[in-house]
Design a protein around this ligand. Structure first.
Ligand code: AMP
Length: 411
């Protein structure tokens, strides 16, 4: 709780305070993602941060790292076993069933908010982090897989994120995966003593996860395992080929990574990940049986989640949001008129500076690094005009309120 070095109270390990420029990036990302989603027919559904633990056991899987090691769980005063949600998709599926939305398929929903995983904190890995996610449920088609991917790629590009790389794979359905799992067991059982502790457990419970291991020795052993694509049924192979053709048609570059199995049990067929500098910023895939796990109809969905903290520093906040406009009444007589002007300014950062003499007010404007000062004295008040000073080059012009908005837009 207290830092030994500074003796200051600290946030909980792996959790960070969000403020200043990072908060602006968070807000902008969420605003842009909501706009992008809405333009494709998605609407926002935000579910509670606390869920019954079973919501994730049923879906993400009892043996997944997320549930077996990383879940923040607790029993509440009523004796219910609850948890802080570790991810959004399962919670959205639970909500679709709880809210009786299963009659309105297909559904396009998006969500954003905090997720919690008790993992070892490191670069881009927190215990509380934020995700933005899209889910398109009830309409299985390769077009929808490719469209979802394109929405995210376009969104990230429009936010100025460069160096995006997309990896995709197909992990087939339950039958193909069971065949593949028994093949992995056959290959790795004789070498079990060389596997990491975690992978020995995985070999029994969920061998596909060994392919995702970060352990060097595990990775070397996995080199002898044929790709999962060899075990897909004809139908699954065709579906995957169609997803790839759709991506080709809309000019989205990708590479196929047959080891991309992802850490959540509910995926079937398509899985994908978008990376920047080898760090995943988005992960997703198709899920055929998730809604039915919660008592809903047996319909397929496709979804993904974007890690918001991983985008900090990679997205550029548009200039207009960073512009600082200050409104300065020259004397006390000008305050109410200037206050009215201050309230009419929209779409930019603004400050009202009305305390002190003119010198002090201009000093405050400089301290705020204002781009534009709107100075209002008797002349402006009498003529319903505004004196607009460009604080960077010192030039001034007299305009009306529409003229002011034009100056803010173009400067
Ligand atoms: P997942 O829910 O595991 O499919 O992850 C989707 C995305 O969430 C990842 O690509 C990351 O960008 C982000 N993410 C996952 N876990 C963390 C974490 N512990 N800290 C920060 N971001 C995370």
């Amino acid at each position: 709780m207290l830092s030994k070095k500074t003796n200051k109270i600290q946030p909980v390990r792996g959790m960070k305070d969000l403020y200043g420029h990072e908060y602006k990036q968070y807000k902008m990302l969420v605003d842009c993602a909501v706009l992008a989603g809405e333009s494709h027919g998605f609407s926002v559904m935000n579910t509670p941060i606390i869920e019954h633990r079973d919501v994730f056991v049923k879906s993400v899987g009892e043996t997944s790292d997320i549930v077996s090691k990383e879940i923040y769980e607790f029993t509440d005063k009523g004796g219910d076993l609850l948890c802080l949600r570790p991810e959004g998709t399962a919670a959205v599926m639970r909500a679709i069933v709880s809210e009786g939305l299963t009659q309105s398929m297909p559904l396009k929903l998006m969500y954003y908010g905090e997720m919690f995983r008790y993992d070892r904190p490191q670069r881009g890995r927190y215990r509380q982090f934020r995700q933005f996610g899209f889910e398109h449920i009830g309409d299985k088609s390769p077009y929808n897989d490719a469209t979802l991917i394109s929405i995210v790629m376009n969104l990230l590009e429009s936010l100025g994120v460069s160096g995006l790389s997309l990896c995709i794979n197909s992990i087939g359905g339950q039958e193909s995966r069971a065949r593949y799992a028994s093949e992995i067991r056959k290959i790795l059982e004789p070498k079990i003593s060389f596997l990491s502790h975690d992978s020995r457990i995985r070999l029994d419970k969920n061998p596909l996860r060994i392919l995702d291991s970060k352990d060097k020795c595990d990775q070397d052993l996995c080199a002898s395992i044929p790709p999962i694509t060899d075990y897909l049924s004809d139908q699954e192979r065709e579906y995957f080929a169609n997803v790839c053709s759709c991506l080709d048609t809309i000019n989205i570059n990708y590479s196929i990574d047959t080891s991309l199995v992802r850490g959540l049990d509910y995926y079937t067929d398509t899985t994908f990940e978008i990376k920047v500098d080898n760090l995943a910023v988005c992960g997703g895939g198709r899920y055929d049986n998730l809604l039915s796990e919660f008592g809903g109809p047996s319909v397929s969905g496709v979804g993904c989640a974007i890690g918001i903290e991983r985008l900090f520093g990679l997205i550029s906040v548009p200039e207009t949001l960073r512009k600082i406009v200050v409104v300065i009444p020259v004397s006390d007589h000008d305050i109410m008129y200037a206050y009215n002007v201050f309230h009419s300014i929209t779409g930019t950062r603004k400050e009202f500076i009305h305390i002190g003499d003119m010198k002090k007010k201009m000093q405050k404007a400089n301290k705020l690094c204002a781009d534009i000062a709107v100075i209002i004295g008797e002349t402006e008040r009498q003529s319903s005009t505004l004196c607009v000073k460009n604080m960077k080059d010192g030039s001034q012009e007299i305009v009306d309120s529409i003229g002011l908005m034009n100056i803010i837009d173009r400067s």
